[in-house]
Design a protein around this ligand. Structure first.
Ligand code: SF4
Length: 432
Protein backbone atom coordinates (compact mmCIF):
# COMPACT_ATOMS: atom_id res chain seq x y z
CA UNK A 1 0.00 0.00 0.00
CA UNK A 2 2.98 2.22 0.07
CA UNK A 3 5.86 2.74 -2.19
CA UNK A 4 8.90 4.16 -0.58
CA UNK A 5 10.84 2.96 2.41
CA UNK A 6 8.91 -0.24 2.35
CA UNK A 7 10.14 -1.42 5.68
CA UNK A 8 6.88 -0.17 7.08
CA UNK A 9 4.74 -3.09 6.14
CA UNK A 10 6.80 -5.80 4.61
CA UNK A 11 9.90 -7.48 5.85
CA UNK A 12 12.64 -5.28 4.43
CA UNK A 13 14.63 -6.51 1.49
CA UNK A 14 17.93 -5.27 2.74
CA UNK A 15 20.48 -4.37 0.18
CA UNK A 16 24.12 -3.52 0.32
CA UNK A 17 24.87 0.03 1.45
CA UNK A 18 24.81 2.67 -1.26
CA UNK A 19 27.83 3.15 -3.40
CA UNK A 20 30.25 6.04 -3.03
CA UNK A 21 28.74 7.43 -6.24
CA UNK A 22 25.40 7.77 -4.47
CA UNK A 23 27.09 9.46 -1.59
CA UNK A 24 29.00 11.82 -3.80
CA UNK A 25 25.81 13.11 -5.35
CA UNK A 26 24.75 14.61 -2.06
CA UNK A 27 26.39 17.83 -1.16
CA UNK A 28 27.47 18.74 2.32
CA UNK A 29 28.73 15.34 3.33
CA UNK A 30 32.43 14.76 3.46
CA UNK A 31 34.06 12.04 1.45
CA UNK A 32 34.24 8.74 3.28
CA UNK A 33 37.33 7.65 5.09
CA UNK A 34 38.52 4.11 5.40
CA UNK A 35 37.05 2.56 8.50
CA UNK A 36 37.03 -0.68 10.34
CA UNK A 37 34.01 -2.27 8.73
CA UNK A 38 35.96 -5.07 7.18
CA UNK A 39 34.22 -8.41 7.49
CA UNK A 40 35.21 -10.29 10.59
CA UNK A 41 33.51 -13.56 9.90
CA UNK A 42 29.92 -14.64 9.71
CA UNK A 43 29.54 -16.97 12.62
CA UNK A 44 29.30 -16.69 16.31
CA UNK A 45 29.08 -12.93 16.70
CA UNK A 46 26.78 -11.09 19.01
CA UNK A 47 24.49 -12.47 21.66
CA UNK A 48 22.17 -15.35 21.00
CA UNK A 49 18.42 -14.83 21.10
CA UNK A 50 16.72 -15.94 24.28
CA UNK A 51 13.17 -16.54 25.35
CA UNK A 52 13.11 -12.97 26.58
CA UNK A 53 13.88 -11.55 23.15
CA UNK A 54 10.98 -10.42 20.99
CA UNK A 55 9.93 -11.99 17.73
CA UNK A 56 7.71 -10.39 15.09
CA UNK A 57 5.73 -12.45 12.60
CA UNK A 58 4.95 -11.13 9.12
CA UNK A 59 2.41 -12.99 6.96
CA UNK A 60 2.12 -12.12 3.26
CA UNK A 61 -1.13 -12.34 1.27
CA UNK A 62 0.06 -11.65 -2.27
CA UNK A 63 -3.19 -10.82 -4.04
CA UNK A 64 -4.75 -7.50 -5.03
CA UNK A 65 -7.81 -6.53 -7.02
CA UNK A 66 -5.67 -4.51 -9.43
CA UNK A 67 -2.04 -3.51 -9.73
CA UNK A 68 -1.28 0.08 -8.82
CA UNK A 69 1.06 1.74 -11.36
CA UNK A 70 3.70 2.70 -8.78
CA UNK A 71 3.77 -0.61 -6.91
CA UNK A 72 6.75 -2.96 -7.01
CA UNK A 73 5.61 -5.17 -4.15
CA UNK A 74 5.10 -8.87 -4.54
CA UNK A 75 1.42 -8.39 -5.34
CA UNK A 76 -0.56 -10.12 -8.06
CA UNK A 77 -3.98 -10.02 -9.63
CA UNK A 78 -5.61 -13.46 -9.94
CA UNK A 79 -9.06 -14.45 -11.14
CA UNK A 80 -9.77 -16.74 -8.25
CA UNK A 81 -7.88 -17.62 -5.09
CA UNK A 82 -8.46 -20.93 -3.38
CA UNK A 83 -8.68 -19.57 0.16
CA UNK A 84 -8.72 -23.00 1.77
CA UNK A 85 -5.49 -24.04 0.02
CA UNK A 86 -3.82 -20.76 0.86
CA UNK A 87 -4.88 -20.93 4.48
CA UNK A 88 -3.52 -24.45 4.80
CA UNK A 89 -0.27 -23.49 3.09
CA UNK A 90 0.31 -20.41 5.24
CA UNK A 91 -0.34 -22.48 8.36
CA UNK A 92 2.16 -25.09 7.15
CA UNK A 93 4.76 -22.40 6.55
CA UNK A 94 4.11 -20.92 9.97
CA UNK A 95 4.48 -24.29 11.71
CA UNK A 96 7.67 -25.05 9.82
CA UNK A 97 9.31 -21.72 10.47
CA UNK A 98 8.28 -21.74 14.14
CA UNK A 99 11.01 -24.33 14.59
CA UNK A 100 13.56 -21.65 13.65
CA UNK A 101 12.60 -19.51 16.62
CA UNK A 102 10.97 -21.54 19.39
CA UNK A 103 10.55 -20.32 22.95
CA UNK A 104 10.44 -16.65 22.06
CA UNK A 105 8.05 -13.87 22.95
CA UNK A 106 5.97 -12.92 19.92
CA UNK A 107 5.10 -9.26 20.20
CA UNK A 108 3.41 -8.58 16.87
CA UNK A 109 1.78 -10.12 13.83
CA UNK A 110 1.50 -8.16 10.60
CA UNK A 111 -0.87 -9.38 7.89
CA UNK A 112 0.50 -7.56 4.85
CA UNK A 113 0.44 -7.85 1.10
CA UNK A 114 -0.88 -7.50 -1.45
CA UNK A 115 -4.25 -6.79 0.04
CA UNK A 116 -4.76 -9.06 3.05
CA UNK A 117 -8.16 -7.52 3.71
CA UNK A 118 -9.22 -9.64 0.72
CA UNK A 119 -8.50 -12.80 2.67
CA UNK A 120 -11.45 -14.37 4.46
CA UNK A 121 -11.58 -13.28 8.12
CA UNK A 122 -11.55 -17.00 8.95
CA UNK A 123 -8.08 -17.22 7.41
CA UNK A 124 -6.87 -14.37 9.58
CA UNK A 125 -8.42 -16.04 12.63
CA UNK A 126 -6.69 -19.33 11.86
CA UNK A 127 -3.29 -17.67 11.38
CA UNK A 128 -3.55 -15.49 14.49
CA UNK A 129 -4.76 -18.44 16.55
CA UNK A 130 -1.88 -20.59 15.37
CA UNK A 131 0.69 -17.93 16.26
CA UNK A 132 -0.79 -17.69 19.74
CA UNK A 133 -0.68 -21.47 20.11
CA UNK A 134 2.92 -21.73 18.89
CA UNK A 135 4.21 -18.88 21.08
CA UNK A 136 1.87 -18.61 24.07
CA UNK A 137 2.13 -16.01 26.76
CA UNK A 138 2.71 -12.69 24.99
CA UNK A 139 1.63 -9.94 27.39
CA UNK A 140 0.30 -7.81 24.53
CA UNK A 141 0.17 -8.93 20.94
CA UNK A 142 -0.19 -6.21 18.32
CA UNK A 143 -2.02 -7.63 15.31
CA UNK A 144 -2.10 -5.36 12.26
CA UNK A 145 -4.00 -5.97 9.04
CA UNK A 146 -3.47 -3.94 5.88
CA UNK A 147 -6.66 -2.99 4.09
CA UNK A 148 -7.77 -1.07 1.06
CA UNK A 149 -10.82 1.19 1.26
CA UNK A 150 -12.57 -0.75 -1.47
CA UNK A 151 -12.46 -3.89 0.64
CA UNK A 152 -13.69 -2.04 3.70
CA UNK A 153 -17.08 -3.51 4.23
CA UNK A 154 -18.42 -3.30 7.75
CA UNK A 155 -19.05 -7.01 8.00
CA UNK A 156 -15.52 -7.87 6.91
CA UNK A 157 -13.97 -5.39 9.32
CA UNK A 158 -16.04 -6.79 12.19
CA UNK A 159 -14.93 -10.27 11.13
CA UNK A 160 -11.27 -9.26 11.23
CA UNK A 161 -11.73 -7.66 14.65
CA UNK A 162 -13.35 -10.88 15.88
CA UNK A 163 -10.40 -12.78 14.40
CA UNK A 164 -8.03 -10.88 16.68
CA UNK A 165 -6.91 -7.95 14.55
CA UNK A 166 -6.46 -4.97 16.84
CA UNK A 167 -4.78 -2.50 14.49
CA UNK A 168 -5.78 -1.55 10.93
CA UNK A 169 -3.48 0.03 8.37
CA UNK A 170 -5.45 1.57 5.51
CA UNK A 171 -4.01 2.31 2.07
CA UNK A 172 -5.74 5.65 1.52
CA UNK A 173 -2.85 7.27 -0.43
CA UNK A 174 -4.68 10.54 -1.09
CA UNK A 175 -7.77 12.49 -0.15
CA UNK A 176 -7.66 14.31 -3.48
CA UNK A 177 -9.85 12.75 -6.21
CA UNK A 178 -7.51 13.73 -9.03
CA UNK A 179 -4.50 12.29 -7.20
CA UNK A 180 -6.36 9.04 -6.55
CA UNK A 181 -6.96 8.71 -10.28
CA UNK A 182 -3.32 9.52 -11.05
CA UNK A 183 -2.19 6.87 -8.56
CA UNK A 184 -4.50 4.32 -10.15
CA UNK A 185 -6.27 3.56 -6.92
CA UNK A 186 -9.40 1.45 -6.95
CA UNK A 187 -11.28 3.69 -4.52
CA UNK A 188 -12.55 7.25 -4.47
CA UNK A 189 -12.39 9.97 -1.84
CA UNK A 190 -15.77 9.12 -0.31
CA UNK A 191 -14.82 5.46 0.06
CA UNK A 192 -11.55 6.50 1.67
CA UNK A 193 -13.25 8.69 4.26
CA UNK A 194 -15.91 6.05 4.95
CA UNK A 195 -13.22 3.39 5.45
CA UNK A 196 -11.33 5.58 7.92
CA UNK A 197 -14.55 6.10 9.89
CA UNK A 198 -15.21 2.37 9.88
CA UNK A 199 -11.67 1.65 11.06
CA UNK A 200 -12.10 4.18 13.85
CA UNK A 201 -15.32 2.51 14.98
CA UNK A 202 -14.06 -1.07 14.70
CA UNK A 203 -10.43 -1.30 15.80
CA UNK A 204 -8.59 -0.21 18.90
CA UNK A 205 -5.86 1.34 16.74
CA UNK A 206 -5.75 2.43 13.12
CA UNK A 207 -3.43 4.22 10.75
CA UNK A 208 -3.57 5.25 7.14
CA UNK A 209 -1.03 5.94 4.41
CA UNK A 210 -0.75 8.95 2.14
CA UNK A 211 1.58 9.49 -0.80
CA UNK A 212 3.05 12.89 -1.52
CA UNK A 213 5.67 14.47 -3.76
CA UNK A 214 3.38 13.83 -6.69
CA UNK A 215 4.19 15.73 -9.88
CA UNK A 216 3.08 19.33 -9.71
CA UNK A 217 1.87 19.03 -6.11
CA UNK A 218 1.92 22.40 -4.40
CA UNK A 219 2.99 23.01 -0.84
CA UNK A 220 -0.33 24.66 -0.03
CA UNK A 221 -2.26 21.78 -1.52
CA UNK A 222 -0.28 19.21 0.47
CA UNK A 223 -0.68 21.17 3.68
CA UNK A 224 -4.44 21.30 3.18
CA UNK A 225 -4.50 17.56 2.53
CA UNK A 226 -2.41 16.98 5.65
CA UNK A 227 -4.77 19.07 7.74
CA UNK A 228 -7.73 17.05 6.55
CA UNK A 229 -5.81 13.84 7.20
CA UNK A 230 -5.04 14.99 10.74
CA UNK A 231 -8.72 15.66 11.33
CA UNK A 232 -9.45 12.04 10.37
CA UNK A 233 -6.41 10.40 11.93
CA UNK A 234 -6.12 8.36 15.07
CA UNK A 235 -2.70 8.20 16.66
CA UNK A 236 -0.61 7.12 13.68
CA UNK A 237 -0.04 8.25 10.08
CA UNK A 238 2.34 6.99 7.39
CA UNK A 239 3.36 9.60 4.81
CA UNK A 240 5.47 8.42 1.91
CA UNK A 241 7.20 10.26 -0.86
CA UNK A 242 6.37 8.95 -4.29
CA UNK A 243 9.31 7.19 -5.88
CA UNK A 244 9.36 5.69 -9.32
CA UNK A 245 10.45 2.07 -9.23
CA UNK A 246 11.85 0.25 -12.26
CA UNK A 247 9.58 -2.41 -13.66
CA UNK A 248 6.36 -0.70 -12.57
CA UNK A 249 3.91 0.98 -14.93
CA UNK A 250 5.16 4.35 -13.69
CA UNK A 251 8.72 3.17 -14.15
CA UNK A 252 8.02 2.29 -17.76
CA UNK A 253 6.37 5.64 -18.40
CA UNK A 254 9.22 7.51 -16.71
CA UNK A 255 11.68 5.64 -18.92
CA UNK A 256 9.81 7.13 -21.91
CA UNK A 257 10.36 10.61 -20.49
CA UNK A 258 7.22 11.33 -18.51
CA UNK A 259 7.62 13.25 -15.27
CA UNK A 260 5.69 11.33 -12.64
CA UNK A 261 7.08 12.57 -9.34
CA UNK A 262 8.11 15.88 -7.83
CA UNK A 263 11.68 17.06 -8.29
CA UNK A 264 14.21 16.73 -5.48
CA UNK A 265 13.90 20.29 -4.21
CA UNK A 266 10.12 20.25 -4.22
CA UNK A 267 10.09 16.86 -2.50
CA UNK A 268 12.49 18.14 0.17
CA UNK A 269 10.27 21.17 0.83
CA UNK A 270 7.22 18.94 1.13
CA UNK A 271 9.08 16.61 3.49
CA UNK A 272 10.13 19.47 5.73
CA UNK A 273 6.61 20.92 5.82
CA UNK A 274 5.31 17.47 6.72
CA UNK A 275 7.63 17.21 9.72
CA UNK A 276 6.58 20.62 11.02
CA UNK A 277 2.86 20.04 10.50
CA UNK A 278 2.78 16.62 12.10
CA UNK A 279 4.96 17.56 15.06
CA UNK A 280 2.72 20.56 15.77
CA UNK A 281 -0.29 18.22 15.72
CA UNK A 282 1.28 15.92 18.31
CA UNK A 283 2.32 13.16 15.88
CA UNK A 284 6.06 13.69 15.47
CA UNK A 285 8.08 11.51 13.14
CA UNK A 286 9.47 8.42 14.83
CA UNK A 287 10.76 7.15 11.49
CA UNK A 288 11.43 8.80 8.13
CA UNK A 289 7.87 8.29 6.91
CA UNK A 290 5.97 7.41 10.06
CA UNK A 291 4.36 9.64 12.64
CA UNK A 292 2.66 8.76 15.90
CA UNK A 293 1.63 10.05 19.24
CA UNK A 294 4.24 8.85 21.73
CA UNK A 295 3.43 5.25 22.63
CA UNK A 296 1.35 4.64 19.49
CA UNK A 297 4.22 3.62 17.22
CA UNK A 298 3.73 0.48 15.15
CA UNK A 299 5.49 -2.17 17.24
CA UNK A 300 5.83 -4.53 14.33
CA UNK A 301 7.69 -2.09 12.15
CA UNK A 302 9.82 -1.03 15.11
CA UNK A 303 11.00 -4.64 15.20
CA UNK A 304 12.42 -4.24 11.67
CA UNK A 305 13.98 -0.90 12.37
CA UNK A 306 15.48 -2.01 15.69
CA UNK A 307 16.89 -5.06 13.93
CA UNK A 308 15.00 -7.49 16.12
CA UNK A 309 14.16 -10.92 14.83
CA UNK A 310 11.19 -11.56 12.56
CA UNK A 311 9.78 -14.46 10.60
CA UNK A 312 8.53 -13.91 7.05
CA UNK A 313 5.63 -16.21 6.20
CA UNK A 314 4.22 -16.49 2.68
CA UNK A 315 5.49 -15.85 -0.87
CA UNK A 316 8.61 -13.73 -1.13
CA UNK A 317 8.69 -12.96 2.59
CA UNK A 318 12.09 -12.36 4.15
CA UNK A 319 13.09 -13.11 7.73
CA UNK A 320 15.91 -12.48 10.17
CA UNK A 321 16.34 -14.97 12.99
CA UNK A 322 19.16 -15.22 15.49
CA UNK A 323 20.38 -18.76 16.07
CA UNK A 324 23.45 -19.76 18.07
CA UNK A 325 24.52 -16.14 18.19
CA UNK A 326 24.31 -15.49 14.46
CA UNK A 327 21.59 -13.68 12.52
CA UNK A 328 20.21 -15.88 9.74
CA UNK A 329 18.57 -14.39 6.64
CA UNK A 330 15.64 -16.38 5.28
CA UNK A 331 14.01 -15.90 1.90
CA UNK A 332 11.05 -17.62 0.31
CA UNK A 333 10.04 -18.41 -3.26
CA UNK A 334 8.50 -15.21 -4.61
CA UNK A 335 5.91 -16.23 -7.19
CA UNK A 336 2.63 -17.21 -5.50
CA UNK A 337 2.13 -20.38 -7.53
CA UNK A 338 5.74 -21.55 -7.08
CA UNK A 339 5.51 -20.86 -3.36
CA UNK A 340 2.23 -22.76 -3.02
CA UNK A 341 3.55 -25.73 -4.99
CA UNK A 342 6.72 -25.88 -2.87
CA UNK A 343 4.76 -25.79 0.36
CA UNK A 344 2.37 -28.48 -0.81
CA UNK A 345 5.11 -30.72 -2.19
CA UNK A 346 7.93 -30.19 0.30
CA UNK A 347 6.38 -28.46 3.29
CA UNK A 348 8.60 -25.43 2.81
CA UNK A 349 9.34 -22.77 0.22
CA UNK A 350 12.42 -21.39 1.96
CA UNK A 351 14.93 -20.73 -0.82
CA UNK A 352 17.64 -19.53 1.45
CA UNK A 353 18.87 -19.61 5.04
CA UNK A 354 22.11 -17.65 5.04
CA UNK A 355 24.23 -16.62 8.01
CA UNK A 356 24.82 -12.88 7.86
CA UNK A 357 28.46 -11.84 8.20
CA UNK A 358 29.19 -9.37 10.96
CA UNK A 359 30.00 -6.47 8.63
CA UNK A 360 26.78 -7.01 6.73
CA UNK A 361 24.79 -7.19 9.95
CA UNK A 362 26.31 -3.90 11.08
CA UNK A 363 25.24 -2.36 7.78
CA UNK A 364 21.73 -3.73 8.16
CA UNK A 365 21.42 -2.51 11.74
CA UNK A 366 22.46 0.97 10.62
CA UNK A 367 20.26 1.00 7.52
CA UNK A 368 17.28 0.16 9.67
CA UNK A 369 18.08 2.00 12.88
CA UNK A 370 19.12 5.33 11.41
CA UNK A 371 15.67 5.64 9.88
CA UNK A 372 14.33 5.99 13.40
CA UNK A 373 14.36 9.27 15.24
CA UNK A 374 15.68 7.37 18.26
CA UNK A 375 18.54 5.99 16.18
CA UNK A 376 20.57 2.90 17.08
CA UNK A 377 21.28 1.85 20.66
CA UNK A 378 24.99 2.18 21.30
CA UNK A 379 25.21 -1.02 23.33
CA UNK A 380 23.56 -3.11 20.60
CA UNK A 381 25.77 -1.79 17.83
CA UNK A 382 28.91 -2.10 19.93
CA UNK A 383 28.00 -5.62 21.07
CA UNK A 384 27.54 -6.62 17.44
CA UNK A 385 30.73 -4.88 16.30
CA UNK A 386 32.80 -5.90 19.35
CA UNK A 387 34.27 -2.42 19.38
CA UNK A 388 33.21 1.12 20.14
CA UNK A 389 31.27 3.21 17.64
CA UNK A 390 34.17 5.66 17.57
CA UNK A 391 36.63 2.93 16.63
CA UNK A 392 34.20 1.33 14.21
CA UNK A 393 33.75 4.39 12.05
CA UNK A 394 37.02 6.23 12.72
CA UNK A 395 37.36 9.30 10.54
CA UNK A 396 33.95 8.95 8.89
CA UNK A 397 32.06 10.00 11.99
CA UNK A 398 33.27 13.55 12.87
CA UNK A 399 32.31 15.18 9.53
CA UNK A 400 28.84 13.68 9.71
CA UNK A 401 28.37 14.96 13.25
CA UNK A 402 29.92 18.35 12.52
CA UNK A 403 27.81 18.64 9.37
CA UNK A 404 24.61 18.16 11.35
CA UNK A 405 23.69 14.75 9.93
CA UNK A 406 24.35 12.52 12.93
CA UNK A 407 24.36 12.77 16.70
CA UNK A 408 26.20 10.48 19.09
CA UNK A 409 25.93 10.35 22.86
CA UNK A 410 26.62 7.75 25.50
CA UNK A 411 23.44 5.83 24.60
CA UNK A 412 22.62 6.28 20.93
CA UNK A 413 23.83 7.01 17.41
CA UNK A 414 21.05 8.84 15.57
CA UNK A 415 20.48 10.68 12.31
CA UNK A 416 19.16 14.21 12.54
CA UNK A 417 16.23 15.27 10.37
CA UNK A 418 18.75 16.48 7.78
CA UNK A 419 20.55 13.14 8.03
CA UNK A 420 17.36 11.13 7.63
CA UNK A 421 16.54 13.17 4.54
CA UNK A 422 19.86 12.06 3.04
CA UNK A 423 20.10 8.67 4.63
CA UNK A 424 21.63 6.86 1.66
CA UNK A 425 24.42 9.39 1.56
CA UNK A 426 24.99 9.18 5.32
CA UNK A 427 25.12 5.40 5.14
CA UNK A 428 27.44 5.58 2.18
CA UNK A 429 29.81 7.77 4.15
CA UNK A 430 29.67 5.53 7.22
CA UNK A 431 29.92 2.20 5.48
CA UNK A 432 32.23 2.92 2.60
S1 SF4 B 1 -3.05 -2.28 -3.37
FE1 SF4 B 1 -1.74 -3.95 -4.11
S2 SF4 B 1 -0.92 -3.18 -6.08
FE2 SF4 B 1 -1.73 -1.38 -4.95
S3 SF4 B 1 0.04 -0.59 -3.78
FE3 SF4 B 1 -1.03 -2.02 -2.41
S4 SF4 B 1 0.07 -3.97 -2.73
FE4 SF4 B 1 0.58 -2.65 -4.48
Amino acid sequence: MLLIQKTLTRPPQLRRPPSPATRARVSGIAAPQPNSLAPTGGEGWGEGASALEPLAVYIHWPFCRSKCPYCDFNSHVREGVDAARWTAALLTDLERQAALAPDRTVTSIFLGGGTPSLMPPETAAALIGRVKALWPGAPYLEVTLEANPNSAEAARFAGFADAGVNRLSLGIQSLDPQALRFLGRGHDRDEAIAAIGLAHNTFARYSFDLIYARPGQSLAGWEAELDEALSLAGDHLSLYQLTIEPGTAFGNRAARGEVLAAGEDDAAALFEATQVRLAAAGLPAYEISNHARPGAECRHNLAYWRYDDYLGIGPGAHGRVTRAGTKIATRQARAPEAWLAAIEERGTALDEQTPIARAEAIGEMLMMGLRLTEGVARHRLETLAETTIEDLFCDALPPLIDGGFLTLDRDRLAATQAGRQRLNAVLGALLA
